[in-house]
Ligand binder design. Structure first.
Ligand SMILES: [Zn+2]
Length: 74
């Protein structure tokens, strides 16, 4: 279950929010929904990591003729 870290554009508040698909996070300070998603972490340590580690040449940067992501399909 993902927890996202946001920064509020309205007041600059940074906070973490557990976001479901049908909910819109809002700033706990000013209740703005103008948020910048900073990063995501996972609530359960040791859970499978969905995102590639930064710096790894994953699909999208390999120049595969099939287009971005083509090399990652298996
Ligand atoms: Zn705010």
């Amino acid at each position: 279950m993902p927890i996202y870290e946001y920064a509020c554009h309205g007041c600059g508040q940074e906070f973490e929010a557990l976001v479901r698909a049908d909910t819109v996070p809002e700033c706990p300070t000013c209740h703005s929904t103008e948020l910048e998603k900073r990063l995501s972490v996972f609530a359960t340590a040791g859970a499978p990591t969905e995102a590639e580690p930064a710096g790894v040449g994953a699909c999208g940067s390999c120049g595969h003729p099939g287009g971005p992501g083509a090399c990652g399909w298996s």
